[in-house]
Design a protein around this ligand. Structure first.
Ligand SMILES: O=C(NCCO)c1cc(-c2ccc(F)cc2)cc(O)c1O
Ligand SMILES: [Mg+2]
Length: 214
């Protein structure tokens, strides 16, 4: 039976990366996507912007929406302080299965909780299920038409605090126009665009960093 792209990506990690070395996992995925098959990881160019935001925020509690194969999950978790945690939501069970194995290869299971299912259903349960008070950083990288409704849901569930950083991938390509309009015009956010390129291509894309003002 034919393997899937996430399965081939996992095999590239298991073949080329060192167990317990998150940066070698990130490098192995980037090399696979540059040399073999494009895949929708945030990639190294936008990944460096992600790294700088994570290092600046130094978050204790992170929410990632959209795990895919765990590339950005591993990238973020490798920069977190010891007791910090990241909860990552993934709707697609096949992606979640691969992501758990990529995360295990990186040796980051203790910092990462992969949760399967629809973000719209899980966000209201964050406090009761995972003992989350508020998030310090939210990385949005899931279905582009869910960025805005899920942001409003995070607000309504009291999961954002004054100073929480929202970092959104793909605000140009594929694009999240309604989300951009909201965070750029709402008095409750201070927003900033980081121009970059769609992972592994020359097409324009970028990250939008928005601070929740409370
Ligand atoms: O859909 C995306 N993510 C959620 C999946 O569960 C996604 C898509 C693309 C992309 C795809 C096809 C194309 F032609 C251009 C961009 C890129 C990304 O970074 C993404 O995160
Ligand atoms: Mg993306």
């Amino acid at each position: 039976t034919q393997s899937t792209r996430p399965q081939r990506l996992l095999h590239a990690v298991q073949k080329n990366a060192t167990r317990g070395d998150p940066r070698s996992v990130v490098k192995a995925i980037d090399n696979f996507c540059r040399q073999k098959e494009w895949a929708m990881n945030v990639g190294d160019e936008k990944g460096c912007i992600l790294d700088s935001v994570v290092s600046e925020v130094n978050p204790v509690t992170v929410l990632e929406l959209g795990t895919y194969c765990g590339y950005s999950t591993v990238r973020i978790a490798s920069l977190l302080p010891p007791r910090a945690k990241i909860i990552t939501l993934e709707f697609n069970p096949d992606y979640a299965k691969i992501a758990r194995q990529v995360i295990a290869w990186a040796g980051l299971e203790d910092k990462i909780q992969v949760v399967e299912g629809p973000s719209g259903e899980w966000i209201p349960k964050m406090k009761e299920q995972f003992g989350v008070k508020t998030f310090d950083l939210v990385f949005l990288d899931h279905w582009k038409d869910r960025y805005l409704p899920d942001t409003k849901l995070l607000e309504d569930c009291g999961l954002l605090r004054k100073g929480t950083i929202l970092l959104a991938d793909n605000v140009i390509c594929p694009g999240t126009p309604d989300y951009l309009e909201y965070v750029r015009n709402s008095p409750r956010y201070k927003s900033q665009y980081f121009k970059s390129h769609l992972e592994y291509t020359k097409a324009e894309d970028g990250l939008e960093k928005s601070v929740f003002l409370g």
